[in-house]
Design a protein around this ligand. Structure first.
Ligand code: PLP
Length: 434
């Protein structure tokens, strides 16, 4: 194995990892293969992104053809056909009146883009005082300065200085006393959306640009919105002219058994961020959808003026567009979003069988997502779940953990026997752990 020193790994305990590495060398459909030639069942779709399963031939072929035909085209003041084709398909795919899409290269960039569009939108409409942003405790919106500012994860923020000014946070909705072992949306907690009223009262709506939330928070441990919560956020934003942004980097592209969470919950925000599943994780790409009227508001400048001073060298990269188009074909042809919806009932029953398993204090689920919360070891938060993660890996299953919560989010091509296997391995590991 190559010397590992030079690579500073992201969101990784580098020294611990390099002392005892976990190396994946190939992948196909539902499985990875490790460097010691073991088959590892993918319980997380990579990092919530490989929704159609690994190593899909049509995506590989589309990428190859695109590189040979047009490997790159400048993104500014120039265009290429695949970007326009993809944009049109995406705005047709997402329900609601989203009529434009801006391309980025990651979820983090989508978030930065969405926040900037929100603030600039108010300004071009003559409401330039609307600059404040509202996020949520335990929100994850990537790692840009905007994203960590509106995000609500202490360790992601505390090393990085003063962050954006003018940011407030709603409380999160997670509460085991009221909602432990809920199936799908919990009953309790919609009233927490009313905290937005208090923030508006403090700053006045004329100073507030946008509220950003994950409709279902994944990275901070699968926090499922209480019944009525998103509806209330929508109503309050409407009342005060505040833009509502859904960060759908995880929930987009079928994860909940619908195209996007906005479809699943029937609540339509003003801006939607996406990434991950857009290319099935093959080529980095992100997208920001804006509802009708937002793009138009920027179009009052002289026709030769650039309307939005924002973009990336690789916005709408031809290879990413080709991968995304091939990915959308698979989602459509294999009806993977509907498949996820059909499989969600079996998944729900399977994951709720963890109730009563050693160390488990909560199970929550929606679509093909599950969170299994473990009781923390006193004085060692996160250790129990991390030990569980390494043992599962040794036993042929990839899970993801955050704190002492296990998050499961398998590829949408999952079969019942894979679900049974996830339950079998994880139960065995948990029962055997101190
Ligand atoms: N937003 C949400 C809701 C996410 O879950 C993530 C990543 O998990 C991001 C943003 C950041 O995406 P990326 O890692 O592609 O920058």
């Amino acid at each position: 194995m190559t010397n590992m020193d030079a690579y500073w790994m992201p969101f990784t305990a580098n020294r611990q990892f390099k002392a005892n590495p976990r190396i994946l060398v190939s992948a196909k459909d539902m499985h990875f293969t490790s460097d010691d030639n073991r088959s590892i069942l993918d319980g997380t779709a990579g990092l919530w992104c490989v929704n159609a399963g690994h190593a899909r031939e049509t995506i590989a072929e589309a990428v190859k053809q695109q590189v040979l035909n047009l490997d790159y085209a400048p993104a500014f003041q120039m265009g290429h056909p695949a970007a326009f084709e993809l944009a049109e398909r995406l705005v047709k795919l997402i329900p609601g009146n989203f009529d434009r899409v801006f391309f980025t290269n990651s979820g983090s960039e989508s978030v930065e883009t969405a926040l900037k569009i929100a603030i600039a939108y108010h300004r071009v409409r003559g409401e330039g005082t609307r600059q404040r942003l509202i996020g949520r405790v335990r929100g994850y919106h990537g790692v840009g300065f905007g994203g960590i500012s509106v995000g609500g994860i202490g360790p992601n923020r505390k090393f990085f200085g003063s962050l954006l000014t003018g940011v407030d946070h709603l409380p999160h909705t997670h509460n085991l006393d009221h909602n432990a072992f809920s199936r799908k949306q919990p009953e309790w907690g919609a009233h927490l959306a009313d905290e937005l009223e208090g923030i508006v009262a403090l700053h006045d709506a004329s100073n507030i640009a946008a509220v950003i939330v994950e409709p279902l928070a994944g990275s901070t441990g699968v926090l499922i919105p209480p019944k009525g919560y998103l509806e209330r956020l929508r109503a309050i934003c409407d009342k005060y002219g505040i833009l509502l942004i859904f960060d759908e980097v995880i929930t987009g592209f079928g994860r909940l058994g619908a195209s996007f969470a906005t479809e699943y919950f029937g609540v339509v925000p003003d801006i939607v961020t996406a990434a991950k599943g857009i290319t099935n994780g093959t080529v980095p790409m992100g997208a920001v959808f804006v509802k009708e009227g937002i793009y138009d508001a920027f179009m009052n400048a002289p026709e030769n003026a650039i309307e939005l001073f924002h973009g990336y060298t690789y916005s709408g990269h031809p290879v990413a567009c080709a991968a995304a188009l091939a990915t959308l074909d698979i989602y459509e042809e294999e009806k993977l979003f509907e498949r996820a919806d059909k499989m969600a009932g079996y998944w729900e029953d399977a994951v709720h069988s963890f109730k009563g398993v050693r160390h488990v204090i909560d199970v929550r689920n929606l679509g093909l997502v599950a969170g299994i919360e473990l009781e923390s070891i006193a004085g060692k938060p996160g250790k129990r779940a991390f030990d569980c993660f390494t043992k599962c890996y040794e036993n042929g299953l990839l899970i993801r953990t955050t704190g002492d919560i296990i998050a499961l989010s398998p590829p949408l091509i999952i079969e019942k026997e894979h679900i049974d296997r996830i339950v079998e391995i994880l139960t065995g590991v948990l029962q055997g752990m101190e």
